[in-house]
Design a binder for this molecule. Structure first.
Ligand code: PEP
Ligand code: MN
Length: 472
């Protein structure tokens, strides 16, 4: 790629940058990271890219979910298992609902860095740096703990590696073996009609699995005995991402079918050079990375870094994005117009989506880009309770999803997925859902270190409801 290198982002203006006290310590941490093995491989990354192409073409669905801010402390057996099981159960419901394969991407094994609206905050009269995520500083409310610490970048690698290791090990050891009965935990649902509706869906899914097992389908189909889960995080800390970005051999079949013009250019390029260029830059810290809404400036450092990656990438888009800017961004990060290379993650809010999504879809359709469209119904629906607790209402989350589906349908476009902040734990951070969580109940288990997440029951319920929309 012309005038791009893994360091070319350093000449561009950067948002959400971190200033460390000692540059030598930062360099020591990064040089250690550069020597460590990749967390994921081009083979896996390209596998995901191919699946996302199918999503863009309306042939599959993508479910992405996990914590807003992952902590090093979440690297433990129970929490990893709870998250894997939840994503798996949600995906089964969605497979049934949308009648399409589901690609699963977790916000896990590296979702440490957080953009913040203000670099500082005042707690109990003391002003200190805001918590920027476990790979940057500590959460404890002291100026000392909040000082950016470069050794956390190395810690982030080892926590990612340990999480990923257990994730892979549990998947290959049968955590996702659908021949064993799953506990759907519908006991909390107090309304009989809702309970009946969900039980019907669970029975339909269970029957289908039993049938597959009887005819031998499960034994042959590895995809049902075990499941693939791809990893993702926001590519915010560019020093960190750069140290995992390596020039690696493309796996066979890596270059997808591109528009005709681009294929011609590639052929010319191959003829003109002594050898084909079978390598590309892969960010091996995760399969999928996205650019957040705060760092997506066309001429900024993050877009510059991302445009050189061979990974599939995401871009968050909110109400501040103009139609022109959106197309300009797509042209910049995906000039070859590879189908499904980019996931556009829309996050407007239930009361704004109708004003922005139709225009964005129209502009993208006219541009000839074919991205995956994914709805993030979380980030546009954050609000504070009268006592100042950050929360999200289940009804707003559901409403944004429903509207997204309808707007895409009306525009002849395909809503290919959803992007959720969720946890496998029984936390109380979002209001509503069948268990009837109220604002007063939030303090019971309010544990997030950043944005409020759906608990496992609310997340499952959302999957039931979205599956229902597709079945309508
Ligand atoms: C996030 O996904 O946690 C996030 C910060 O989102 P956004 O960039 O959409 O605000
Ligand atoms: Mn968040």
């Amino acid at each position: 790629m012309a005038d791009w290198s893994p360091t070319s982002w350093t000449s561009k203006p950067i948002k959400q940058d971190v200033t460390y006290d000692d540059p030598a310590e930062v360099e020591a941490a990064l040089s250690k990271l550069r020597k460590l093995p990749p967390l994921v491989t081009p083979h896996e990354i390209v596998d995901l890219k191919k699946r996302l192409r199918n999503v863009a073409l309306g042939k599959a669905f993508v479910l992405q979910g996990g914590d807003c801010a992952e902590l090093f402390d979440y690297c433990n057996q129970d929490m990893i298992e709870a998250k894997v099981k939840l994503l798996l159960q949600m995906s089964l419901i969605l497979i049934w609902g949308a009648n399409k394969p589901v690609v699963r991407i977790a916000r896990i094994a590296g979702q440490f860095a957080k953009p913040r609206s203000s670099p500082n905050e005042t707690i109990n009269g003391t002003t200190m740096p805001s918590f920027r995520g476990d790979n940057i500083n500590g959460f404890d409310a002291t100026p000392e703990a909040r000082k950016p610490d470069p050794s956390r970048l190395v810690s982030a690698y080892f926590h990612s590696a340990a999480t990923l290791n257990y994730l892979r090990a549990s998947l290959t050891s049968g955590i996702a073996d659908l021949r064993t009965p799953l506990d759907w935990g519908l006991g909390h649902i107090i309304t009989p009609s809702i309970k009946q509706k969900y039980t019907k869906i669970v029975n339909a899914v269970t029957d289908a699995l039993r049938f597959m097992h009887t005819i031998g389908g499960l034994d042959q189909d590895r995809g049902v005995q075990t499941a693939e889960i791809f990893t993702s995080h926001e590519g915010l800390s560019l020093e960190y991402e750069q140290s995992f970005t390596r020039l690696l051999r493309h796996p066979p079949g890596a270059l997808p079918s591109l528009p005709e013009q681009h294929q011609k250019e590639q052929a010319l390029h191959r003829r003109g050079s002594s050898a084909p260029t079978p390598k590309g830059y892969y960010d091996t810290s995760a399969h999928f990375l996205w650019i957040g809404d705060r760092t997506r400036q066309v001429n900024g450092a993050h877009v510059e870094f991302f445009r050189g990656l061979s990974n599939p990438i995401g871009i968050k888009i909110g109400p501040s994005m103009t139609n022109t800017e959106l197309v300009e961004l797509l042209d910049t990060v995906n000039p070859a117009k590879e189908i499904g290379k980019v996931i556009l993650i829309s996050r407007y809010g239930a009361d704004k989506i109708a004003d922005f999504l139709p225009g964005h879809i129209g502009a993208v359709q006219a541009s000839g880009h074919v991205p995956v469209w994914q709805c993030d119904p979380m980030h546009g629906n954050t609000q504070s309770t009268p006592s100042g607790v950050k929360t999200r209402h289940f009804t707003n989350i559901l409403s944004e999803l429903k509207q997204a589906l309808e707007i895409h349908r009306a525009a002849g476009s395909f809503l290919g997925g959803m992007h959720l902040e969720l946890t496998g734990e029984a936390v109380t951070e979002c209001v509503g859902g069948a268990a009837g969580l109220t604002e007063e109940g939030l303090s019971e288990r309010y544990e997030t270190f950043c944005d409020p997440r759906l608990n496992e029951k609310q997340a499952l319920e959302l999957a039931f409801l979205v599956a229902g929309f597709y079945r309508e």
